[in-house]
Ligand binder design. Structure first.
Ligand code: XBP
Ligand code: MG
Length: 266
């Protein structure tokens, strides 16, 4: 299925890419954790969109507190923020167990097809490991974490996107070059990370990220699409020469896209 292409692996971002976890997931859990701790902090939908420029939930809280409290001192705030973050992640896991968050279109179909082909799978995210495992187990399959050869999170790689560190780590673990893989991202921070790691990238946008600059992406899509609900092509370097105008992302389509990307590098 993957003949004539040196595409060896697919590497997935998590939040915003596998599932729309932010507005109705992490944000809601953060607010519940704040309320449970007796704090009057509240992150509305728009404010959270601004805060998402900061990768990492703990870093996001530090930034919020620094802007709100003139007496803020990082070291003093640290233990409060670590506790809030733990409580938020627990609440987020409970939301996943209750089935409140589902996968984006095409994700389950593509992962299943990739597993049946000779493609290797990995995850590269700035979120915490516990959140990734809870998402995979509750939305895909109890055994789904084992589908991924590498699951690289903030626990293994604390240097967060837009740093390429988490992607460099995945490539090193898999003994692959960036050019042998394709990444899936949803944000400018994510694309900046893959670009620095020299990994050709498909961006699938969501409501928080749709207005970003994705000119370095190979392809920018509304989502991965399903047979009865095709994707929309929004941009990317391959958009003009890509013959499928609307459809759904398959391993075959990715192999063709990957070959196109390699032509650009010649
Ligand atoms: C998204 C993030 C994370 C999540 C919350 O990561 O920046 O901070 O918003 O998770 P990605 P934590 O898109 O790379 O998956 O609270 O665990 O940081
Ligand atoms: Mg993301």
């Amino acid at each position: 299925m993957n003949n004539n292409s040196n595409l060896k692996a697919l590497i997935f971002d998590v939040d915003g890419t596998l599932a729309d976890t932010e507005r109705d997931g992490h944000r809601v859990a953060f607010n519940q954790a704040f309320a449970d701790a007796g704090l009057d902090w509240h992150w509305g939908v728009d404010l959270y969109g601004d805060l998402l420029r900061i990768s990492g939930g703990k870093e996001r809280m530090h930034r919020y507190l620094a802007e709100r409290d003139h007496n803020y001192e990082r070291d003093h705030a640290d233990s409060l923020i670590v506790n809030l973050h733990g409580a938020k992640n627990q609440l987020y896991s409970e939301m996943l167990q209750q089935g409140m968050i589902s996968l984006r279109p095409g994700i389950k179909r593509l992962l299943t097809e990739a597993l049946d082909s000779d493609l290797r799978l990995a995850i590269a995210t700035t979120t915490s490991r516990v959140n990734v495992i809870a998402l995979l187990e509750n939305t895909l399959h109890p055994e789904a974490p084992s589908w991924f050869e590498v699951i690289a999170t903030a626990d293994e790689v604390p240097d967060k996107k837009p740093s390429p560190a988490v992607y460099d780590y995945v490539l090193e673990q898999m003994d692959l070059e960036g050019s042998q893989t394709l990444a899936f991202e949803d944000s400018e921070n994510g694309l900046s990370a893959t670009h620095q790691a020299a990994i050709p990238t498909v961006v699938t946008v969501n409501d928080y990220t749709r207005n970003g600059d994705y000119s370095e992406a190979l392809l920018v899509l509304s989502d991965l699409g399903e047979p009865d609900c095709p994707f929309e092509i929004l941009g990317g370097r391959a958009a003009g020469s890509f013959s499928v105008r609307n459809g759904y992302v398959t391993v075959d389509l990715l192999s063709k896209l990957h070959r196109l990307g390699q032509e650009y590098e010649k």
